[in-house]
Design a protein around this ligand. Sequence first.
Ligand code: PAF
Length: 282
Amino acid sequence: MQILHTVDELRAWSRGLRCKGAGMIGLVPTMGALHEGHASLIRAAEQQCRGRVAVSIFVNPTQFGPNEDFARYPRTFGADCEIAERAGANVIFAPGVEEMYPAGAATFVDVEGLSERLDGQSRPGHFRGVATVVAKLLIAAEPDLAFFGQKDAAQVAVLRKLVADLRLGTRLVVCPIVREPDGLAMSSRNVYLSAEERKQALALCRAVRCVEQMRSNGQRAAPSLVEAARKIFAEEPAVRVDYVELVNWETLLPTNTAGPGTLFAVAAWVGDTRLIDNTILK
Ligand code: PAF
């Protein structure tokens, strides 16, 4: 497995494969601190792009707010390389901040509207940072496929719009949420949780499961589904709800009826840790 640090190296790798007429090129953008959820994305990439899978590892400063966890975000590069290689990565792209944001960089990508919804509402500027860095990665690597987790469902909506609006030639592949045995959605931020908080955090997946159950019992009214989920959070008063919403997955706007493909999404603070979870309703 090769480790690349510059955009020029990544572009040369990708263009080299294209010149050889090799098959599809896959990119898995990450911020490192890889876990089984990331490994599942890399395995999915390996299945479709065997021998041509790049994994980017870059803790992107522009998607963190001033009081967020940029400084303490886990950085585990050695372990990440092992996980990525085992899962089928061929290249790691690990740029420094100055490589992605050269001195004086003044160009940002703003997906207007979507970027202010769900997580964008409580994390102003977050999706601007995500859209900017992902656009840079897609322009550099020119992958046929880029792999993202459904756990970041609002991010997926923003990035789908970005790719459509900029007419980029990459197709986004969205892979299912990977959960711990007790149901907690895997996240690089789960390491922040104390033993007590780890138990409290299960309120998120309980809310998701409850809504899935109600939906499969025929309940379609958004207010009833949201109220039931809020009751579950109320049973865990140490957990502070950020949002509980039923939205159209494309527009991220609230919907009154849970139809097929509707996104039910939650975000909550457990201690100092903000966690998210969701389900796409059947
Ligand atoms: O989902 C993430 O880990 C990040 O938001 C991403 C897409 C790698 C951009 O920094």
